[in-house]
Design a protein around this ligand. Structure first.
Ligand code: SAH
Ligand code: SF4
Ligand code: F3S
Length: 448
């Protein structure tokens, strides 16, 4: 019996798919190779923007043909999309061949629901009603989700480790707090245990996950437990490994966290700090709760402590109240900060969020603005790449890079991707690489 998981969305979803794989493998299912027929297909969905949602729904539609060929196929839809108002109903009515819908806090029910579908099918007389499951209830207590769920990790040498679920911030454009619920921090001892296990298994990089990692611990009411303390404890774990984390909300990033980053050997000098906009008016309308000045002072503070830090960001254009002047402020901030990379997004109205009810900006304007930001960032990235030339950097080898012959690729501590000659057995190892060539975002070199 074979399974296939199709994942959309952020790292949180990528990691949740590893838990879904764990649940299915514990039931005896095996991963399905490309082109093979699966007995169960799970769509792990995202609804952060309209295109993410449309892609998922489109591909669920495509499965209809596969189900016709193989009526025994079990089809499950899980993840953020299922948690939106009316989504489960829509799937129930428009996609009659979907057997199981489970919400973001209900994935541990997947094995038992599959068994129910299969046993109902085995028993059903011709024409009898088939069993379908639509459970996107939002149980208050799902704190054992990581403790009780086996994980089949798929991104060696990086291991994802959840530290906090949900989001309390309600940025006015964002659907996440509605589909992922309130913040819930994992017990610190359990996080440390998981990190230790990953290091013992040979993972060279641990990435801590949360929608806002900086608010880790506030709900645990345990003395001295916060994100900085967690990083400090992880740094003390024996072994050669690196730690990254995402995402940091600028309003909650403390100097204490920056100090731990600067002083620790294992926490990478690399930070993803989404700014969203460079205009104070737009930031206020977005309910981000920091100003442009506060954000820039954070950047100064970080660079004073870690001159070589690689900083990346998320930026949005076309928020309903964004004027040309506001957009110019964003471009200006990006020029000032000089990010090593920026993920740029066109604002997409999400039903039920405050910004979706405001008058919207025409698509042509959004398109022009995002084009300008991408161009601007590309030129900054290119300039920064040049500064790596001639230097020697420690790189954790992540993968083979067959496009460049007998080559492998990996990242510097600051998060830059480097490609260089090497054999596949280097994957998972740390090597020193001399950078000899820079092509926009990619660096090339050879092992020293
Ligand atoms: N919790 C993280 C990331 C959340 S989603 C944070 O607070 O930064 C990742 C990115 O998607 C966001 O940073 C934002 O830039 C973008 N995003 C969120 N909602 C969006 C929307 N409605 N339209 C376009 N982009 C959006
Ligand atoms: Fe969305 Fe804001 Fe929460 Fe990030 S912090 S997930 S952008 S509401
Ligand atoms: Fe998408 Fe959910 Fe992540 S909406 S971006 S998969 S938290």
């Amino acid at each position: 019996m074979y399974y296939k998981i199709v994942t959309y969305g952020c790292q949180m979803n990528v990691h949740e798919s590893e838990k879904i794989a764990g649940l299915l493998e514990a039931e005896g299912y095996r991963p399905c190779a490309d082109g093979e027929n699966a007995d169960i297909v799970v769509f792990n969905t995202c609804c952060i923007r309209d295109n993410a949602e449309r892609r998922a729904l489109g591909n669920i539609g495509v499965i209809k043909a596969e189900k016709k060929k193989n009526p025994a196929l079990v089809l499950a839809v899980v993840g953020c999309m299922t948690q939106q108002d009316g989504a489960a109903e829509t799937i129930r009515n428009k996609y009659p061949y979907v057997d199981i819908v489970l919400g973001t806090r209900d994935i541990s029910l997947l094995p038992s629901e599959i068994r129910k579908v299969l046993s109902a099918r085995a028993k059903a007389e011709k024409g009898a009603k088939k069993y379908r499951c639509f459970d996107n209830s939002f149980p208050e207590d799902y704190s054992d989700i990581d403790e009780a769920t086996p994980v089949v990790r798929t991104s060696f040498p990086n291991a994802w480790v959840n530290i906090i679920y949900g989001c309390n911030n309600f940025c006015s454009y964002c659907i996440v707090p509605y589909v992922r619920g309130r913040e819930l921090s994992r017990d610190m001892g359990k996080v440390l245990d998981e990190v230790r296990r990953c290091v013992d298994e040979g993972y060279g990089e641990i990435t801590l996950l949360g929608q806002n990692v900086n608010s880790y611990g506030h709900d645990l009411h345990a003395k001295g437990v916060n994100f900085a303390a967690l990083l400090g404890e992880i740094d003390k774990i024996d072994g050669k490994f690196r730690v990254r984390f995402m995402t940091s909300h600028p309003k909650d990033l403390t100097e204490e966290v920056a100090d731990v980053m600067a002083e620790s050997a294992k926490i990478c000098n690399n930070l993803h700090l989404p700014v969203q906009s460079g205009s104070n008016k737009v930031l206020a309308d977005m309910n981000r709760r920091y100003t442009r000045e506060k954000y820039l002072s954070l950047i100064d503070m970080l660079r004073a402590k870690m001159p070589d830090i690689g900083i990346t960001t998320d930026v949005m254009v076309g928020f309903p109240t964004e004027t040309e002047e506001d957009f110019a402020d964003t471009a200006d901030l990006m020029r000032q900060v000089r990010y090593s990379n920026a993920f740029t997004f066109v604002y997409s109205p999400r039903k039920g969020t405050p910004a979706a009810a405001m008058p919207q900006i025409p698509y042509e304007i959004k398109k022009r603005r995002i084009g300008e930001l991408i161009k601007l960032q590309n030129s900054v990235t290119k300039e920064l790449s040049e500064t790596y030339k001639g230097g020697v950097y420690e790189v954790l080898v992540e993968d083979v890079a067959p496009k460049y012959g007998d080559s492998v690729c990996g990242r510097t501590e600051s998060g830059r991707l480097v490609t260089f000659g090497g054999s596949p057995d280097l994957v998972g190892k740390f090597v020193n690489v001399k950078i000899t060539e820079a092509r926009s975002a990619s660096l090339f070199g050879h092992i020293e």
